[in-house]
Ligand binder design. Structure first.
Ligand code: HPA
Ligand code: ZN
Length: 338
């Protein structure tokens, strides 16, 4: 391990953009298929990994939704999230805000309760075993209707005290944030925080809609904001967190090569950028791999890496005292470096 790799591994960090269904590793996919007696269209783990070559978001989503079919029982969701938490803890993640896509499962006849109870039991276990805290973010699939999103929010009602936020994911282009204005207003009235994927493939106009119409607390991705300097000025002024996902950007061809990643440009513009893994089983790395990939390709300094880690806590939905405690942990870590 190089100096910078070791520095990244030990740096206290939060992960704010992680789809739990996107942490389904091929090995677990096979194990769950076997446990549930389900046939999958792959002969081997290597065969699955070979299929993970994408040219855009939709190409990925088609494979990602198909993979989720092996998730059937509460235990499956528990095991899925536990595998993620174990991996995240090894990467120095102290807090994770995890997205889940209930509609991917309820559409297959899996009860909302099965999904969320499995995830919640893994969250509790991660806190006991690793001291890793977490929050859940319920995402609406934007290729479906707003009426279906409202129905999903109604199904979540008994668990709303255990859900931190709602989000918006899936196929971005053609499904602008405005389509979900009412369901986001309803979620806001219920006291939930709000996030939305915007500006991954969609234009800057979608980022404006997420801010002005949905009134989000964070933007997921946000890369295409860089095409509009009036927008970047505003995002900086409002200290709006962006949950950036470098390996995802590479795999989904948002950038051509990691050397082109705009992470340091975002920091130079004063943007509240954070580093995250998005769908680590599909994109080739967990959060520390994402830090390492951009650090190497862009020659990031320790000061920039520390800023990114600090941003992950200040952009989280943790209460101010917990954020302050994490920032002190970062300071102590940096002070203890040779
Ligand atoms: N974008 C949109 N939807 C998603 C993603 C993403 O990067 N990952 C999982 N669902
Ligand atoms: Zn995402």
């Amino acid at each position: 391990m190089t100096d910078i790799d070791a520095f990244i591994a030990g740096l206290p960090k939060a992960e704010l953009h992680l789809h739990i269904e996107g942490s389904l590793e091929p090995e677990l996919m096979f194990a769950l298929a076997k446990r549930n007696g389900i046939a999958i269209p792959y002969a081997s783990v290597e065969d699955v990994r070979t299929a993970y070559a994408f040219s855009n978001l939709q190409g990925f989503l088609d494979i990602y939704y198909a993979g989720a079919d092996v998730l059937r029982t509460r235990e499956d969701f528990h095991d899925l999230a536990t595998a993620y938490f174990d991996r995240a803890a090894a990467d120095g993640v102290l807090h994770a805000e995890i997205m889940f896509d209930p509609q991917t499962h309820t559409a297959r006849g899996i009860a909302f309760e099965t999904v969320i109870e499995g995830l919640l039991s893994a969250c509790a276990q991660a806190e006991t075993e690793h001291g890793l805290t977490s929050r859940l973010i319920l995402c609406f699939l934007r290729h479906l209707s707003e009426a279906e999103a409202l129905e999903t929010l109604a199904q979540a009602e008994p668990w709303l005290d255990r859900i931190a936020a709602v989000g918006l994911d899936s196929s971005e282009v053609g499904h602008p944030p405005e389509k979900f204005a009412r369901v986001f207003a309803t979620a806001r009235d219920k006291g939930l925080k709000l996030v939305a994927h915007a500006g991954e493939e969609g234009p800057p106009a979608y980022v404006y809609e997420a801010l002005d119409i949905l009134q989000v607390d964070r933007i997921d991705h946000g890369n295409r904001s860089l095409e509009d300097m009036t927008l970047t000025d505003r995002l900086a002024r409002e200290d709006m967190p962006l949950t950036v996902c470098p390996l995802s950007n590479l795999k989904l061809c948002v950038i051509d090569q990691m050397e082109d990643h705009p992470i340091d440009r975002m920091l130079d513009l004063g943007l509240h950028a954070t580093i995250n893994s998005d769908d680590p089983a599909y994109f080739g790395g967990y959060v520390a791999d994402n830090y390492r990939a951009v650090a190497t390709a862009r020659g990031l300094t320790r000061v920039q890496l520390v800023t990114l880690a600090r941003n992950s806590f200040t952009g989280s939905f943790l209460p101010p005292e917990a954020v302050a405690a994490h920032l002190e942990r970062i300071d102590a870590y940096v002070a203890a470096q040779p």
